[in-house]
Every structure is written in structure tokens, then in C-alpha cells.
Write a new protein. Structure first.
Length: 249
């Protein structure tokens, strides 16, 4: 079996596991040793209940045992992990394809946790920094300085913005988790890629807010909007395709 095909077939299973990690994170429950069970009735799930995407569809999006609706979140994580694998396999090959999938899946998990809990856990953000620097050195040892500067600059930029906002408004506007995530992003895409990461993240975040308001959601300055998912998406896109190039006619 070709490596790419194996990766694509395994991706939904990995996405299912990542979904469990994100859901269990607030309680710090183990995603490895704990048996999968319905969160409502507690019934342990059988193998036929855990087939990625298909089980959700065939069971009419409900628990087989108590008929409680199953969150769309779970198949979305499985589809997200599959999209990560497909895009990585389309652009990279060899060891870099596997490394890219690892990056994408960690970013997917971070995005899910931040969306659900407004937290970017150090257990996932901090290891991305040495991993990114190590991969960058293996790819192009002569460019490692740019990645080191990106790491430090990414953290410093968001840390300062968050500190200034807190001083002016008296509340947290940009958490340190975002600063650590941008530092990790700088380790992977270098200082030259960071402006594109922030540009993509901010643009998509604004579009999502505009769409939410268009469909009737009332937002105030006190509403907390997680920025981590958009930073994760921006980092992934820049890693895949490189920085955004804006041409001036």
C-alpha cells in the first residue's frame, strides 16, 4: 500500500482520536486509556459505533443506546484530519509529508480546544517550537536565523499587544496562549511568513464575525472570540503555500 494511501485512510481515525482529546481536555481525562462512551448515558461504545463519519451518518447522528444527538463536532474533526492528510500528501513527499501531517493535526487539535474552551494548552503549543526549529534546520540550515527571529518576534509582538490592551481596557484581549502559538508559527514559517499568518487569521476572523452578525447574532465588546483557530489555519496555509504576496499595480 502506498504511503500516501495509508496516511489518507488512517487520517479519519486519527481525527476521531483528536476529537476525543479536545472534548476530554477540560477534565484532563485520558484520551488513551479511557474507553469511548456516550457522554449522556455512559454506555461504552462498540467498534461499529466508532467508524469515522459513517457511524455518525448510519446512526442518524444519534447515540445507538439512548438516542441523544451526537455533536457535529466529531465528524468535523474526522473530516478535518482527512483534509490535513490530503493537502499534505498533495504538496509534500517523504518524511516531510509525515511531519506536515503531524503539524496539521496538532494545529487542528489546538483550534478545537480553543474553540471549545478558550484555551491554547502549553502541552501542545510549546513542543511545536523546538519541532519547528528542528524541521526548519533540516530543510535549510542556512535559514535557521529567520525561524529563530520568527519565534521570538511572534511571541513578543502578541505579548506586547496583549499587555497594552490589558492596560488600556482592564481585561484580557489577547491571551499568552496566542503569543505562544504565534511563536510556534514563527518557528515553522519563519519571520517572513508571520505577517501572512496574522493577515490570513485576522481576515478570516473578521469575515466570520461579519457572517455571524449578518445571521442575527448580537456581538458586544465583551464577547470572547477565540483567535487561536484562525491562527492555526493561517499557520497551516502559509506552511503549505508560503507567504501571501500582494502585488501593487
Amino acid at each position: 500500500m502506498p504511503k500516501e494511501l495509508f496516511l489518507i485512510l488512517a487520517a479519519p481515525l486519527i481525527g476521531s482520536f483528536l476529537g476525543v482529546v479536545a472534548v476530554r481536555f477540560p477534565t484532563r481525562a485520558s484520551a488513551v486509556f479511557g474507553r469511548s462512551a456516550c457522554p449522556k448515558c455512559g454506555h461504552q461504545l462498540a467498534a461499529r459505533d466508532l467508524v469515522p463519519i459513517l457511524s455518525w451518518i448510519l446512526q442518524n447522528r444519534r447515540c445507538r443506546y439512548c438516542a441523544t444527538p451526537i455533536e457535529l463536532f466529531y465528524p468535523l474533526m474526522e473530516i478535518g484530519a482527512l483534509l490535513v492528510a490530503l493537502s499534505a500528501a498533495a504538496i509534500f513527499s517523504g518524511w516531510l509529508m509525515w511531519i506536515s501531517c503531524g503539524l496539521g493535526w496538532v494545529l487542528l487539535t489546538l483550534a478545537a480546544i480553543d474553540y471549545r474552551c478558550l484555551i491554547l494548552p502549553n502541552e501542545l503549543t510549546l513542543p511545536l517550537i523546538p519541532a519547528g526549529l528542528g524541521v526548519s534546520y533540516l530543510i535549510a540550515p542556512g535559514n535557521i536565523t529567520g525561524h529563530l527571529v520568527g519565534t521570538l518576534g511572534g511571541f513578543a509582538a502578541f505579548y506586547v499587544i496583549g499587555w497594552v490592551y490589558h492596560r488600556l481596557r482592564g481585561r484580557v484581549g489577547l491571551g499568552r496562549g496566542d503569543a505562544k502559538l504565534l511563536a510556534a508559527s514563527g518557528a515553522w514559517v519563519s519571520i517572513s511568513g508571520l505577517p501572512s499568518v496574522v493577515f490570513i487569521a485576522a481576515t478570516i476572523a473578521l469575515l466570520m464575525v461579519a457572517m455571524a452578525m449578518l445571521f442575527g447574532r448580537r456581538l458586544t465588546s465583551h464577547d470572547k472570540i477565540p483567535f487561536g483557530p484562525y491562527l492555526c489555519l493561517g499557520t497551516w496555509l502559509v506552511w503549505l503555500f508560503g507567504p501571501v504576496i500582494l502585488s501593487v499595480a
